[in-house]
Design a protein around this ligand. Structure first.
Ligand SMILES: Cc1cc2nc3c(=O)[nH]c(=O)nc-3n(C[C@H](O)[C@H](O)[C@H](O)COP(=O)(O)O)c2cc1C
Length: 139
């Protein structure tokens, strides 16, 4: 495998649908989902990955990163392997649009690779799939 994508998606599953549409396993990427519920077995990743995160601050930039994603990244062993971030959101939230990507990029010192709205467009799907392959094969 050339790399991995780690993603979070809530019950509305926009991100899960977007990831499924990217068919990343066919391109040689592992795909891992951060669990939704606190009682679920925590995810441990020990290979280079890009994280994909929907923004959940309700318009408040400081609160943009979902708690489940914070828990995953607070684990130092998980954090060691992050290489980039992709964020999604809804432009209705104005300056907090996709703010989870800005926060994770700044805190983890990785590039903010791409942003898209809601479940994305076919152009977003192609850009993410091709971009991830390029990212992992050129580093
Ligand atoms: C309670 C709530 C708060 C949200 N806050 C933001 C926000 O601050 N900024 C933003 O860009 N999008 C925000 N969104 C939009 C989500 O990021 C968007 O709906 C996303 O596609 C959800 O992905 P998911 O279905 O995979 O969980 C919010 C959505 C909800 C339901």
């Amino acid at each position: 495998m050339i790399g991995a994508l780690v993603y979070f998606s809530s019950a509305s599953e926009n991100t899960a649908r977007f990831v499924a549409g990217c068919r990343l396993q066919d391109e040689g990427l592992n795909v891992y989902r951060i669990p939704l519920k606190a009682a679920d077995q925590p995810l441990n990743v020990r290979e280079p990955y890009v994280i994909m995160v929907p923004t959940y601050g309700g318009g408040v930039v400081k609160k943009a990163v979902p708690i489940q994603v914070k828990r995953f990244l607070n684990d130092r062993a998980n954090r060691e392997w992050i290489r980039g971030v992709i964020a999604s959101g809804n432009t209705n939230f104005g300056e907090a649009y996709c703010a989870a990507g800005d926060i994770i990029a700044a805190k983890c010192h990785v590039p903010f690779l791409y942003k898209y709205e809601l479940m994305g467009t076919p152009e977003d799907t192609a850009a993410v799939r091709d971009g991830l392959v390029r990212f992992f094969t050129h580093q």
